[in-house]
Design a protein around this ligand. Structure first.
Ligand SMILES: C[S@@+](CC[C@H](N)C(=O)[O-])C[C@H]1O[C@@H](n2cnc3c(N)ncnc32)[C@H](O)[C@@H]1O
Length: 213
């Protein structure tokens, strides 16, 4: 019954959400409303997300500074204290950020901001984009990835998680970043495949290569 209700809300909300993306304040209000309605509560379960990305982060950027963009409540990302240097979560929803702060994660900071225009002078070893790229205007995604590459510390990587959106995967791969690892998880749902991509900034790669020669 509740699942049916949520499906109807999601269907009605889809065109509204698409229109809201271009209006930052409306976007915030819509995401807050969705969190208050409990539409995303299922994500707080670690099985919904989080563990596969963490395995990739451990493999490619262990003990690093992590920037999680579109972090939601961040509850499903079960980072073990001592295995990361710092975690910074950013989300457009002030409701999600308030809940994320209540998680009480050690060595963590949070910020309510729109990632389309997000800027920072900090540098990160791992930038996470978990289940968020679909909600950005399509034309922004490649630009955003290139901009994020400049927020990486030397050797840093971007970790992208996408479910059932093969065309977005193409956008990611053609943004000028090198794909260094791909994990495809077919069993996440009966209809959709989840893809985890690890991206490296080609420009840094080139500079490192030139520096070595
Ligand atoms: C499906 S939830 C995923 C949350 C979390 N990354 C996870 O995997 O559990 C999408 C999240 O993206 C956030 N979001 C959507 N558009 C955003 C934007 N332009 N800037 C920042 N966050 C955004 C939403 O508020 C929401 O928390």
């Amino acid at each position: 019954m509740r699942a049916d209700y949520l499906r109807i809300v999601a269907r009605v909300a889809a065109p509204l959400k698409a229109a809201a993306r271009a209006h930052p304040r409306l976007n915030v209000a819509l995401w807050n409303a969705q969190y208050r309605l409990g539409i995303w509560d299922y994500l707080d379960d670690a099985r919904a997300s989080g563990s596969e990305v963490l395995a990739l982060v451990d493999k490619h950027s262990p003990h690093g500074r992590i920037l999680d963009l579109g972090c939601g409540t961040s509850e499903n990302l079960r980072l073990v204290p001592g295995t990361y240097a710092h975690y910074h979560g950013v989300d457009v929803s002030t409701e999600a950020i308030a809940r994320a702060r209540r998680v009480g994660r050690p060595s963590a900071t949070f910020e309510a901001a729109d990632i389309v225009t997000y800027a920072t002078s900090e540098r990160y070893d791992a930038i996470l984009l978990r289940e968020v790229l679909y909600y950005l205007p399509r034309e922004c995604v490649a630009d955003l990835l290139v901009r994020l590459a400049s927020m990486l510390a030397p050797g840093g990587r971007i970790f992208v998680q996408l479910t059932g959106q093969p065309d977005l995967r193409v956008t990611v791969e053609t943004a000028g970043l090198e794909v260094v690892d791909v994990v495809v998880e077919a069993a996440r749902s009966r209809r959709h495949t989840t893809v985890f991509l690890v991206l490296e900034d080609l420009e840094r790669h080139r500079r490192r290569y030139q520096g070595a020669s």
